[in-house]
Design a protein around this ligand. Structure first.
Ligand code: FES
Length: 109
């Protein structure tokens, strides 16, 4: 199983925003929804930077062509056929956000 990789400090990603980080060479989009962090692979269908998209509630909109993803699962609210990998996230007592850059199984739900 892949290990958790420190990628950012909680204070660096304000509520309602996302950020692109590097986790062992994998581009990851980390989002802060009301103080809870979620991580997706930063790779939209045509390569768009999901982490630079607009976050509304649990849904982020890709800045390129407007595809949407639920940050809790990586699955698009528009279609189960559209999804990106979703990664486990931990936040340490010191505010360090760590991501496990390995796909979870719930993206096919
Ligand atoms: S690359 Fe994200 S919607 Fe096209």
């Amino acid at each position: 199983m892949a290990r958790f990789v420190p990628v950012a400090q909680a204070g660096e990603i304000p509520v309602g925003t996302g950020r692109v980080v590097d986790a062992d060479g994998i581009e990851v989009a980390v989002f802060n929804v009301d103080g809870v962090f979620h991580a997706l692979e930063n790779a939209c269908a045509s390569g768009g930077p999901i982490g630079e998209g607009t976050l509304r509630g649990f849904v982020v909109t890709c800045p390129w062509d407007g595809d949407t993803y639920d940050v809790r699962t990586g699955v698009s609210p528009a279609s189960d056929a559209i999804f990106v990998k979703h990664f486990p996230v931990r936040v340490g007592r010191d505010g360090t956000i760590s991501v496990q850059p390995e796909p979870t199984d719930d993206e096919d739900l």
